[in-house]
Design a protein around this ligand. Sequence first.
Ligand code: FMN
Length: 491
Amino acid sequence: MRAPVKKTGRKNAAPAISVRLSDRVMLEAQADGSLDAWFDGYSTGLGNFSAAAIGRAQDLSTGLRLSSFSPDGKPVEKEIDVLVRRLARRGLVEYRLAHPADAKELVAIEPQLPDYWPRTLKPDNADVIALSRFAYLRRRGGEMVLESPRAGALFRIGDPKIASILALLATPQKISRLRRQDGFPGMEFLGLLMDCRILFKVEAEGDGFRADEGDDNLVLWDFHDLLFHARSTEGRQANPIGGLYPFAGIMPPPPAVRPSWPGKQIDMDGFLDGFNALSEPLPGIAGVLRERHSVRDFDDTRPVTLTELSRFLDGSARILSKWESPLDPEDGDSPLIDYTTRPYPSGGSSYELELYLAAANCEGLTRGFYHYDAGRHALTPIDVRPQDFDAMLTSAELAMDAPGAPQILITIAARFGRISWKYSGLAYSLILKDVGVLMQTFYMVATGMGLGGCAIGTNNIELFAKMTHIDFHVEGPVGQFAVGRALPDQP
Ligand SMILES: Cc1cc2nc3c(=O)[nH]c(=O)nc-3n(C[C@H](O)[C@H](O)[C@H](O)COP(=O)(O)O)c2cc1C
């Protein structure tokens, strides 16, 4: 016979979610009723609020219950709702789930997406749930964090017992049984994790390892590939990324050139037959390579023409021929795989890369966003919000530290499944290698045509998903390239 469960006050009161300012953020009220947020030496205006709302906003430094305000509440509650949502969109708040009785924090929730808002799905006692194969626990400094590239937030675990509940969820568990575990963190916690797709519902206890987790396109992803994609790009994480020199004060920069190996060297200059490779013009492709360099400033009085763009895409990326081949030529039932040939090489002839063009200033082409149909050598216009189009150009401008937007910004997107259907373990790394190959092809064709170009190493996967309405794990940006006509005084 099972011993009766001892009921305590704390166990009966459900944990509650509150919102608070992130550690580095302070609010400052101005005499005119406006409120500013200060962080890292910067400030951002949050709008005008009543004296009552400004008074209430002070509680945001310690925590304000989410249930204490709403867009349908009293006037001051509505104002707080507006304020918190503005802070949330700027990434200036975090949330915590705590027992109301003793304020013991179970988890702190750090948003990773700008529009994250804690939602607790309402699981049922009879539901069977399991841990996503994309979720992981790791040490960050002195904290334990629970993350997933699919999640809109990460969870700082405040109670070690939660880790053992998560370990149990490696196999599907009926919620009614899970609730009897010591340290069960409450249905709200499960609801938060289900909303972030860290936990998912399975049909039955024996059916816990569906690779799709409710989305067929996930079957094709390895754990490390999806994590690498989400953490090495902008849009789905709150960590700052880019040339931030995080180790500048800690260690000297590694040298540009590797120190020579010891031993007697063979001087290759001696085999050039008197040809001075560094000063004499090189013929053909070697000459184009020697001429190639990155161009970031473009002459907007002389935009690239549609004819030049057509030649650029024809020379670098169009499909030249198509063919098919069975996976196993010995087996009549083997699936037929279709292939293409293009001007640049691609791992396994996969050609998973797609080109999307933000045409900002191209003579003969309406300003807008286009997909390049490489089979038909045609551009298809895609309707996007002007503010998203501008945000894409602005982030390229910032990445190049350029004085203006590029005339054409090419986003290189990958159809991930095309390559991961074949390659296990190395799919994402092959995609990035293909991107490098295509970038160099762009450089060469642009240089050969007398145009300028520059590879761009960052891209925002969430912005692209918003513009194309394609899920980030189905088709998404893996690189960008700016093209245009260089200013006349540039080399
Ligand atoms: C993968 C890759 C990413 C790059 N990302 C950027 C970038 O984000 N911003 C930028 O201004 N230049 C970028 N560049 C251009 C490099 O800064 C440039 O190639 C390098 O400084 C050498 O100069 P060169 O291309 O003129 O020879 C990138 C180049 C490559 C190959």
